[in-house]
Write a protein that binds this ligand. Structure first.
Ligand code: ADP
Ligand code: MG
Length: 877
């Protein structure tokens, strides 16, 4: 074995501490990777793979990036799911031939603080899950969940419990969908046993002991300087929550290698205080991004986000993701929106006053945690200086008074920054010129002491030209040789003064130094070093002073975010003609002339047709029929969106709206409308429908779009009908339901189930052509107009004509279209005894089986099994 060099050994020691991460090892102006890491880095970052060492046998693969460009490379690695360890040079000089190096940061997706690597208008959450197994040890009975955003200082914790019907896992998935954490940490023991979390989650296993109650509690005591966690709402049986919160702090300590001064508060919350939205509902309603493309534009957030600052943008996103259930809290929000809605000039003033504030929340946070740069402090000061204008703009509004009082301009902070930091400061630490003249007497003294030396050097060129008579003589400085006098070779040959000491020979010039110049140089250079050292210290002191005002700064930043959101919601409401909803605890939902906030903006000049919605004790389920493209899906989603908007405290796109607080919105979109990878779409559809039936209450709003579409007609129809009956009849459910369907047969249900109402989307027929009116009217539709849609879609004329012929044939001669024909003949007044025409004769085994099912007595799982059985029967038939 060849002996390892000291630095190789140093590298291997560091690598052994971080076997799962890519280690970036600082060597001069580069960060180098070695061995396997180098292979990964060269592949992922398109770097040239080189080698170190002359002997081919022990050549070490190596790939590096320049240190000043490292951030972009690190970002790419972290984006690809790698953890990156920075092993920094801790000095400029080696000790016994070895440069001292230390791990200064571990960068993982959930612990990023670099502004360039963050989404401005999104939080960056690290989330910890601390599960407790059920008795069988298979599923999660209870789960402690904590999350933190170290870029804003937010830190929250909860404990999720299962219910008799549902596992705690469901609640976990809902929180994951709400927060979209960048990284989730779990005890290694659980990870090794295998967990199924959504595949987009970046999962990191951490030692089990960080989650253990006693060590976690101690970690939290240390972080907050307390001796009890009761003040954080963690009294009683909250061990799992404490474990998760402690693990978050421990993990951040391990990765940041610095103080976590920005995490000063821990908020315990309960999901019971918020509307439940599962991942699919968020997706289907396109709350923060579109289903196709995943962009904010075209989502509800895209319409509502007129915020002026990034922190306002983040808060609005958080509100949309977490609607409230408390009418009083919502009315407080609505009052604030209304104040700004009423007076356009004041609103414009508020928005204008917010613009210069930038991301005060993250800027303050960076100062508090000491990772900030001098120019960022100037931005922080600028933001703080803009606060009086915001206060003035909302002055005089009773509703906003409490908020205004929270807006502290922190004048002491901004003034100290201005006093200390030079307007033209370099961007990063480690340079001279950060601190203003006259801020520090000590600094001024050092500068004054070097002034004589600097003046000497500045005048030297003229003096020496005079003395030597060489007009082209130059005095310059470079990093390697310091100060020197440069004379062309030709002139040098003719002779230079005796005190000139040759320092370097170039192709056609000679460089000299004189003893006096050398003395001054030493003075200047050592002063420079001291200046940089002192400026860095002064800067750090300044950050520490700012950190001492941390709470005032963060609370101000959060109040600003709120003002921003109210102004934005008021601005949208005014521009888009929204109204203030009336919130009530009664179980009703009445919307007059409601509109879909996103679709109405995409109509390019066409007018959006508003529609009414009415749910009360007597009307619980609306069955909505109508041809393809009529506007069914839009109409039912619009109700969900209006309800959700009301419950975040926004005005809504309607003439008027009375919204009984909804505890959950659940959407299920028929399988054909979307594509799931891997699973049978029908299976997905049924699993989700089963979940909906388990979790909903009369307070829930169910949006069912083309349920049962994912399978054959009989199956689909049977399921669709059974689902409606179940919701209607089950005492725990009776939820407010909008059911869009192409099964016209379902309109029969209105006759049988008292709380069902039929609606159809009107279509105007004009000979051959039809026009979609997008207007909901009572009663069921009687045709599907599919051929007309084909024509509208630009199918070839001849094809459309042929389809019409076939349709005509089918309508005349029956065959498979028996069912449709009968229903159409019956129209909206079908024969009362015929529940499902076409299914009653000829008697069919499936019908017999269906009739035998006691739907109310089946558990969802049993219902699933029955369905599979029915489907098998159908296939065999
Ligand atoms: P369906 O679900 O009945 O097939 P959609 O709800 O998908 O129909 O609507 C089809 C299209 O019709 C939408 O993309 C939109 O352009 C338009 N549309 C829907 N509802 C309205 C409305 N109320 N006013 C104007 N246009 C509408
Ligand atoms: Mg549709």
């Amino acid at each position: 074995m060849p002996k390892l060099t000291p630095s190789r050994q140093q590298y291997l020691d560091i690598k052994a501490q971080h076997p799962d991460a890519i280690v970036l090892f600082r060597l001069g102006d580069f960060y180098e990777t070695f061995d396997g890491d180098a292979e990964i880095a060269s592949r992922e970052l398109d770097l040239t793979l080189t080698g170190r060492g002359t002997n081919p046998e022990n050549r070490v693969p190596m790939a590096g990036v320049p240190y000043h460009a490292a951030e972009a490379y690190i970002a790419r690695l972290v984006e690809k799911g790698y953890h990156v360890v920075i092993a920094e040079q801790m000095s400029t000089e080696s000790i016994n031939g070895l440069m001292p190096r230390e791990v200064t940061r571990v960068i993982t997706p959930g612990t990023i603080i670099e502004p360039g690597m963050l989404e401005q208008r999104e939080n960056s959450y690290l989330l910890a899950l601390n599960p407790e197994p059920d008795r069988a040890g298979r599923t999660w009975a209870r789960v402690g969940l904590a999350y933190a955003d170290i870029t804003t200082g937010e830190f929250a914790v909860t404990q999720l419990e299962g219910t008799p019907e549902t596992e705690a896992t469901i609640a976990v998935l809902e929180e994951l969908a709400r927060l979209s954490p960048r990284e989730v940490i779990l005890p290694r023991g659980w990870v090794e046993r295998g967990v199924t979390l959504p595949k987009e989650i970046h999962l990191t296993a951490v030692p089990d002991y960080s989650f253990e109650l006693s060590s976690a509690r101690q970690t939290l005591f240390d972080q907050f300087g307390v001796g009890s966690l009761e003040g954080f709402g963690l009294a009683g049986d909250k061990g799992l929550a404490i474990g998760a919160a402690g693990a978050i702090i421990q993990y951040l300590r391990d990765t940041q290698r610095g103080a976590l001064a920005q995490l000063t508060e821990l908020r315990a919350y309960s999901t019971a205080a918020f509307m439940v939205l599962d991942a699919n509902t968020r997706r289907n309603l396109e709350l923060t991004e579109t289903i196709r493309g995943g962009k904010t534009r075209g989502s509800l957030l895209g319409v509502l986000d007129r915020t002026a600052t990034p922190m306002g943008g983040r808060l609005l996103r958080a509100w949309i993701n977490q609607p409230l259930l408390d009418a009083r809290a919502l009315n407080t929000r609505l009052d604030c929106v209304e104040s700004l809605y009423d007076v356009g000039i004041a609103r414009a003033e508020v928005i204008e006053s917010l613009k210069p504030i930038a991301d005060l929340e993250r800027l303050a946070n960076r100062a508090i945690s000491g990772v900030t740069g001098p120019r960022e402090l100037l931005s922080l000061a600028l933001g703080l200086e803009s606060i009086p204008a915001v206060r003035a703009a909302i002055d005089g509004y009773e509703t906003l008074a409490a908020l205004r009082d929270r807006l502290d301009p922190c004048r002491d902070v901004s003034e100290e920054i201005r006093r200390a930091i030079d307007e033209n400061t370099p961007a990063i630490l480690g340079n001279a010129g950060i601190i203003r003249p006259s801020f520090s007497a000590e600094l001024d003294q050092i500068e004054a002491a070097t002034r004589e030396a600097k003046d000497y050097v500045a005048s030297l060129e003229a003096v020496e030209r005079e003395r030597t008579g060489i007009k082209s003589l130059k005095v310059s400085f470079n990093k390697v040789f310091g100060y020197y006098i440069e004379v062309s070779s030709a002139n040098a040959d003719r002779g230079v003064p005796a005190d000139y000491v040759r320092k370097q020979t170039l192709v056609n010039a000679e460089r000299y130094i004189t003893p006096t110049l050398k003395a001054y140089e030493d003075q200047i250079l050592s002063a420079e070093e001291r200046i940089i050292e002192l400026e860095t210290k002064l800067f750090r002191d300044l950050c520490a002073n700012i950190a001492a005002c941390g709470r005032r700064l963060t609370s101000t930043a959060r109040a600003l975010a709120e003002v921003d959101v109210y102004a934005a919601l008021a601005e949208v409401a005014a521009r888009e003609d929204y109204c203030r909803p009336t919130l009530t605890d009664d179980d009703i939902l009445i919307i007059r002339e409601g509109r879909h906030p996103v679709v109405e903006k995409l109509l390019h000049g066409e007018r959006y047709v508003p529609n009414d919605t009415h749910f009360d004790a007597d009307q619980r389920i609306h069955i909505i029929t109508g041809p393809n493209m009529a506007g069914k899906s839009t109409a039912i989603r619009q109700v969900a969106l209006i309800t959700l908007m009301a419950q975040i405290g926004s005005f809504v796109p309607a003439r008027s709206a009375t919204i009984g607080i909804v505890d959950r919105i659940f959407t299920r979109i028929g399988a054909q409308d979307e594509i799931h990878a891997g699973q049978s779409t029908f299976m997905v559809e049924m699993t989700e429908t089963a979940a909906l039936l388990q979790c909903s209450s009369p307070r829930s709003l169910l949006i069912l779009d083309e349920i049962g579409r994912g399978t054959s007609t009989y199956d689909g129809l049977a399921i669709a009908r059974a689902v409606v009956e179940y919701i209607h009849n089950h005492g725990r459910l009776n939820s407010k339901t909008l059911f869009a369907t192409h099964y016209h047969e379902l309109t029969e249900l209105e006759k049988i189930l008292p709380r069902v109402r039929n609606y159809n989307v009107l279509v105007q027929e004009d000979g051959e052509h039809i026009a979609f009116l997008h207007k909901l009217a009572p009663g069921g539709a009687d045709r599907s107009y599919g051929v007309h849609v084909a024509q509208l879609a630009g199918m070839p004329r001849s094809l459309v004509n042929r389809a019409k012929e076939i349709l005509h044939d089918l309508e005349q001669n029956g065959s498979d279209f028996e069912i449709k024909r009968r229903v159409r003949r019956g129209g909206s007044q079908p024969a009362p005894q015929a529940q499902l025409p076409g299914l009653e004769e000829p008697p069919h085994p499936i019908v017999a089986a269906l009739k035998g099912i006691k739907v109310d007595e089946l558990s969802p799982m049993e219902a699933m099994m029955k369905l599979y059985e029915l489907q098998r029967l159908a296939r065999d038939a």
